[in-house]
Design a protein. Structure first.
Length: 295
């Protein structure tokens, strides 16, 4: 059984494995106290001689690996997470607004269409109470006040209920709308004709959103499901699940919401990666793991 270790022991371990403490021992202590040995280990991984294999790891570092390299990679990841989170939020809000508007106006006589078996798949409707409209959901102040005022309503209307679903929850709801024509109307708003391609694109953004929200590592992130070639990207199979392809999808969708915001996001991404352009070590990781191409 592994046991907790002191910062002094952690530093000894790093040095034993070949890490150069070019920032000095005191600064290294500060870094470990701030970031934590375990979390920092994710950013040490690409500097191990056995990378990218997770099997039979020796944890030995490539000769010349410096603690400053690891810290630079960590803060690159932090900055990238902040950029992506900002623009994912814009996409999420816009998508939710379009789903509520288009479907609610298509079925004007059903303000709780999300639980209507004539509109939604049977499985979604059957599981709605247990998976979506749970006790904790109904404790939301807006939803709770609605039910206090309208005591006979089983659900709050779509424009209230959907406001408090997660991005993933909205996407799941969208996929379960029976009428593909409505799904395609919404997809077309983002420059995508095929609803399935659109759903895969949004699925990749939801994955990244969840990774960002929970402080997950981004630099070597790969999508669970490869992206489909479509209007946003044309890449080979190797690049269909890397982060940069998903970033291109985000920018494409954002451009159909706001050209200014898409340009702003592009500049933010380029500026971040260009800040490391002359750092051969970090640049190599950006190109190899993220898939970004420098001009």
């Amino acid at each position: 059984m592994k046991r907790s270790t002191t910062i002094e022991t952690q530093i000894e371990t790093l040095v034993k494995r070949g890490m150069i403490l070019d920032l000095g021992k005191d600064k290294t202590k500060e870094i470990l106290s701030d970031i934590g040995y375990f979390r920092l280990g994710f950013y040490c991984f690409p500097f191990e001689s056995s990378y990218p294999s997770h099997l039979n790891r020796t944890h030995e570092y490539i000769k010349g690996t410096k603690i400053s390299d690891v810290v630079n990679l960590y803060y690159l990841d932090v900055d990238l997470r902040n950029i992506l989170s900002k623009y994912i939020n814009r996409i999420e809000v816009n998508f939710r607004t379009n789903v509520v508007y288009e479907v609610s106006n298509e079925f004007i006589n059903s303000n709780t269409w999300f639980a209507d078996p004539a509109i939604m798949t049977k499985k979604y409707v059957d599981e709605f109470d247990s998976k979506v409209y749970t006790v904790s959901f109904k404790r939301n102040q807006t939803i709770r006040l609605h039910h206090l005022k309208y005591i006979n309503d089983k659900y709050a209307p779509a424009w209230k209920t959907l406001e408090f679903l997660t991005f993933g929850g909205i996407l799941t709801m969208f996929k379960n709308i029976k009428d593909i024509r409505i799904r395609e109307i919404i997809a077309n708003k983002y420059g995508i004709r095929n609803s399935t391609v659109f759903e895969r694109y949004l699925g990749s953004i939801v994955e990244i959103r969840n990774r960002c929200a929970h402080g997950g590592v981004l630099f070597d992130f790969t999508l669970a499901l490869s992206l489909s070639n479509g209007p946003a990207i044309r890449v080979d199979n190797i690049k269909k699940n890397i982060l940069n392809s998903a970033i291109e999808v985000m920018i494409f969708i954002l451009r159909n919401i706001s050209g200014c915001r898409a340009n702003e996001m592009r500049k933010a991404i380029d500026d971040l990666f260009n800040a490391h352009k002359n750092d051969k070590t970090i640049r190599s990781i950006i190109e190899r793991c993220i898939g970004y191409k420098y001009n």
